[in-house]
Design a protein around this ligand. Sequence first.
Ligand code: F6P
Length: 323
Amino acid sequence: MKRVAVLTSGGDAPGMNAAIRAVVRTGLERGFEVYGVRHGYRGLMAGDFVLLSARDVGGIMQRGGTFLGSARSEEFRTEAGRAQAVRQMAERGIEALVVIGGNGSQAGSHSLWKAGFPVVGIASTIDNDLYGSDVTLGVDTALNIALEAIDRLKVTASSHQRAFVLEVMGRQCGYLALMTGIAGGAEAITLPEVESDPEQVAEEIRDAYKKGKPHAIVVAAEGARWNAQALVDYFKGQRERLGFELRATVLGHVQRGGSPTFADRMLGTRFGAEAVERLARGEFGVLVGIRRGELVTTPLDEVVARTKPLDPELLRLAPILAR
Ligand code: F6P
């Protein structure tokens, strides 16, 4: 094999640049020509390719986001869109594709693979909701940003004797909220996966007040029934009852934009190098991830068919640690 391409797709994740850099440099070492595809599947269909040298990927590792650009493409979900993408690659003699992205992106790589095109996926999403990797690219940075937000909120909350709801991203997965809540010492956590009762949240806040804590923190997942807005609406005018005035901060895309941590730079680098290794061995239709510290691949058939549940032990511990 001589020509391969790499793209980033879906929500950007800190560490994607490290993965691209590793794909390019280890690919060159193998004697491949490596093309970058701009703006994910949209660029793939439009033929937006750029030949990458080792120097082209210099100085990008410390940058968040993806220097190739990313996109969410509805058109790629259609058979015609995918056929167009394959045509664009065939015209350039590109024989394999590395797809760096999360669930939607790997559903895309899976359909390319089913259509007969050689692909290797790299597990990348801040949500950590992708089957096939204990941890996905970008999660560590996103968690550190959320923790920094909690630490800062605690400072101002203490000054004013307030309670804060911090809403974190994660789509329908509560991983970011659960981890942020545990490591950030939150009094309560609301998640999409677990039914929670706002009366229970009220009790936790009130309890913190009664114990003499200077603040209370609730971490809410954006996909939870009781997200920040729902909790603020529910507790409107109930300051006396809670003990604290309740305010909300929605972290949103701030969580995606950080400079990647050491962990994400290393993970991206290892994932990128491993993806090239698998390509070189002719192993296609798989996702590169990490399990128990070891790089592994999982068939894309399995990746798209399965979901990754939250760790029940951490779910059990969270309320105990909040006391
Ligand atoms: O999948 C990553 C993610 O950041 C989710 O946590 C969030 O729900 C979604 O993407 C937001 O998507 P967009 O950037 O397209 O608004």
